[in-house]
Ligand binder design. Structure first.
Ligand SMILES: NC(=O)c1ccc[n+]([C@@H]2O[C@H](COP(=O)([O-])OP(=O)(O)OC[C@H]3O[C@@H](n4cnc5c(N)ncnc54)[C@H](O)[C@@H]3O)[C@@H](O)[C@H]2O)c1
Length: 256
């Protein structure tokens, strides 16, 4: 990680935040992106200082134009780019027939379109020297989901885009992989549980208990579990792995 420039989207919270913290501890220069300005500034200010400062990019990826501005801004501010972690994501639990156009579009625009636009621009920028792109998928992308069909479809698209990018940019020594967490304790679940409670009447603790029981390793995930795989894929050691979709879920995929 030493002296690598790493763009991390969704860096204000959860897995993106944990990735920024661990990458910075290991010597990377962080360009953290999020629409949540307050939490993003807090995360960036709390990172161990490298030789050059870390940068906060406050942007809302629902807009295609904004997503297209990300890599040019990174290059202007940081002078280069080595690693991209696309962790910004939106999830809603809503009955199939109650998903509004606005909600559907938000999930697709952030989880798929922004990830695509940022990845292509980053791959072009890294095409002469190689680089690493790590996308956050989900167990939900591997199976349909009755209560979050748009989210599940968006994560299936992430898998496919990852493979296409790996094919297109392999000759440029750019690796592209998808990391799929199972249920992982992050602030994303605050909103998710609101939707789940409306539909099922159940409390968050009931879900965590059920998922822990369903997981062969006996517990749900923490961001730190996911970050180690992201780090490996971003390191030289992960340099011969590309186009893969890898679960980090304690075996949850086997039983869910
Ligand atoms: N937590 C889980 O159980 C889980 C499971 C599978 C996959 N994932 C995926 O991992 C990734 C990270 O999730 P998390 O759990 O850390 O979520 P999180 O909600 O804690 O963090 C996501 C971050 O993305 C940012 N974001 C959302 N929409 C944005 C937009 N329009 N523009 C800019 N930033 C935006 C949010 O502000 C937030 O800081 C997501 O892609 C998610 O789908 C999470």
């Amino acid at each position: 990680m030493k002296d690598k420039v790493a763009l991390i989207t969704g860096a204000a919270s959860g897995i993106g935040r944990a990735t920024a913290e661990v990458f910075a501890e290991r010597g990377a220069r962080i360009i953290g992106l999020d629409r949540d300005a307050g939490h993003l500034q807090e995360v960036i200010a709390g990172l161990p200082k490298g030789e050059r400062g870390h940068i906060a990019l406050v942007k809302d990826l629902r807009s295609a134009e904004v997503a297209q501005s990300v890599v040019p801004d990174v290059l202007e501010k940081a002078g280069g780019l080595d690693i991209v972690v696309n962790a910004a994501g939106m999830c809603y639990f809503t009955r199939m027939n109650e998903i509004s156009i606005e909600e559907y579009n938000e999930v697709m625009d952030v989880n798929v379109r922004a990830l695509f636009l940022i990845s292509v621009a980053a791959a072009e920028a890294m095409s002469s020297k190689g680089g690493k792109i790590i996308n956050l998928g989900s167990n939900a992308g591997r199976k349909g989901r009755a209560l979050s069909a748009h989210y599940a479809a968006s994560k299936a698209a992430v898998k496919n885009i990852t493979e296409s990018l790996a094919l297109a940019y392999g000759p440029n020594r750019i690796t592209v992989n998808t990391v799929c967490p199972g249920p992982t304790v992050t602030p994303m679940w605050d909103g998710n549980f609101e939707g789940l409670k409306k539909i099922t009447g159940k409390q968050p603790e009931e879900f965590w208990e059920t998922w822990s029981r369903q997981t062969p390793l006996g517990r749900v995930g923490q961001p730190a579990d996911v970050v180690e795989l992201i780090c490996f894929l971003a390191s030289d050691g992960g340099g011969y792995i590309t186009g893969q979709e890898i679960n980090v879920c304690g075996g949850f995929m086997l039983t869910s």
